[in-house]
Design a protein around this ligand. Structure first.
Ligand SMILES: [Zn+2]
Length: 358
C-alpha cells in the first residue's frame, strides 16, 4: 500500500484551512498516523477543461504519442478532468491510464460536408445527420458535438450548418441514445432552433441574444464561452476580408459585442464553464489562460475559477469539492489563486487519483 500523504492549507472554494490526507486515492480529514508530509498551500479541486480536444492537431488526428503529450501538458497545468469536445481519433485508451486526466469524450465532431476544418469532422448532409449523431452517441461518453454554424461559401457568410428541423431530429436522436448534445455556435441564426430543440450546451456562443438567455437559464443550458478562442475573431475577419466580406463583418461584429454578450449570459444566470479549446491550432495546458480571460471579461474571480473547478466538476457528475472520501484529484498552489488568478499558471503540486503526478 502506498504511504498516506498529508497536505495542508486553505481548501477552496470555502478557503477553510485544513489538513488533507490522501489514502488509497481518496481524501480524508481523519488524521492518518505516519502520513508523509507532501506540500502546503492553497488546495483547489482538480481543474476541469470543459472544451478541449485530445488527439487533434492542426491538420486533423495525431498519433497516440502526441495525444499522450497533449494530455500530460493539460495535466501538468492542473487539468484533471477533460470534457473532450470532438476528436477524430479514438482516445479511449487515455481512460485506462492512471497518470492521465480523467476524460469524458464526445466522439467525433459532426459537420456539414465541406463546412468545417478539414480532416476534423464526420461530414454529412442533412439526410445523414441523425444516423451520424446516433453513431457518435454510441462512441462517446454521453456527449455529442455538432458544428452548429460555419462559413457558407455560397452565402459568403456565417450560416447554420443544417436546417433547424434536421438539428431538432438529431438532438432527439442523441437524447434517445442517452447522450447530451453541444454545438459550436459563433453566430446568432442557429441558436433559436437548437435551444428550442432542447440542446444541452452551447460552445463559444458569441451570437447569443437576450431572447436566448432566459431560456438557457431556465433550462440550465450551459455555455462554454472559450474566450481565448473568440479573442482570435479579428484574425478570422482579416483573413476573410477579400473573399468573404460579409463573413468578415459578421465575425467582427460578434467580436465587438463578445464581452457584453458574455456578461449578459452571466447576469441572466446561464451556467458558464471554462473551456480552453486547446487542441487543433492551440497548444495544450493553458486552462489557466482561459480562467484569467474569463475574469478579464468581467466575471468575478471566484466565479471564473469555479467555472474551471468545483462548479464544472459538479456539472459533469463529479464531486464538486474535496469532501470526505472524494477522489483525491486536486492542485496545490503556493499563493491564493482567488487573490491573483495568475497563480494558476504555476501549480506547486498536482495530485491525480491520490498520486503526485506533477
Ligand atoms: Zn473546439
Amino acid at each position: 500500500m502506498a504511504a498516506a500523504l498529508k497536505f495542508s492549507g486553505p481548501v477552496l472554494p470555502d478557503g477553510e484551512a485544513r489538513e488533507v490526507y490522501v489514502v488509497e486515492g481518496r481524501v480524508t480529514y481523519e488524521p492518518v498516523a505516519g502520513a508523509e508530509r507532501a506540500v502546503d498551500g492553497w488546495i483547489v479541486p482538480g481543474l476541469v477543461d470543459a472544451h478541449c480536444h485530445l488527439g487533434l492537431g492542426e491538420a486533423g488526428g495525431v498519433s497516440d504519442e502526441e495525444t499522450e503529450q497533449q494530455a500530460i501538458e493539460d495535466r501538468d497545468g492542473g487539468t484533471l478532468l477533460i470534457r473532450d469536445c470532438g476528436s477524430p481519433v479514438d482516445t479511449r485508451w487515455v481512460q485506462e491510464r492512471e497518470d492521465l486526466p480523467r476524460l469524458i469524450r464526445a466522439g467525433r465532431h459532426i459537420a456539414r460536408t465541406r463546412r468545417y476544418l478539414r480532416n476534423y469532422a464526420d461530414e454529412v448532409e442533412p439526410d445523414g445527420l441523425t444516423a451520424a449523431v446516433a453513431e457518435q452517441a454510441q462512441r462517446g461518453d454521453g456527449w455529442v458535438k455538432l458544428v452548429g454554424d460555419w462559413i457558407s461559401r455560397d452565402d459568403g457568410d456565417l450560416a447554420p450548418s443544417f436546417p433547424a428541423a434536421d438539428f431538432a431530429a438529431a438532438i432527439t436522436a442523441a437524447h434517445d441514445h442517452g447522450a447530451k448534445v453541444t454545438a459550436h455556435c459563433f453566430g446568432r441564426d442557429v441558436l433559436t432552433g437548437l435551444l428550442e430543440a432542447g440542446i444541452d450546451c452551447i460552445e463559444h456562443g458569441t451570437g447569443l441574444a437576450e431572447e436566448h438567455l432566459g431560456l438557457m437559464a431556465e433550462r440550465g443550458v450551459a455555455l462554454v464561452p472559450t474566450v481565448m478562442q473568440t479573442e482570435r475573431f479579428p484574425e478570422y475577419a482579416w483573413s476573410g476580408r477579400e473573399r468573404f466580406p460579409a463573413y468578415s463583418r459578421t465575425i467582427t461584429d460578434l467580436f465587438v459585442h463578445r464581452r457584453a454578450t458574455l456578461m449578459a449570459a452571466y447576469d441572466a444566470g446561464v451556467p458558464l464553464y471554462a473551456g480552453s479549446d486547446n487542441g487543433g491550432v492551440s497548444r495544450h495546458g493553458n486552462l489557466a489562460g482561459e480562467v484569467i480571460g474569463l475574469a478579464a471579461m468581467g466575471l468575478p474571480r471566484e466565479y471564473a475559477l469555479g467555472a474551471a473547478s468545483w462548479r464544472a466538476r459538479e456539472w459533469l457528475g463529479w464531486n464538486a469539492g474535496l469532501t470526505e472520501g472524494a477522489p483525491a484529484d486536486f492542485v496545490v498552489y503556493d499563493a491564493d489563486p482567488l487573490a491573483d488568478l495568475s497563480v494558476l499558471l504555476r501549480p506547486a503540486c498536482v495530485v491525480l487519483r491520490g498520486r503526485v503526478v506533477a
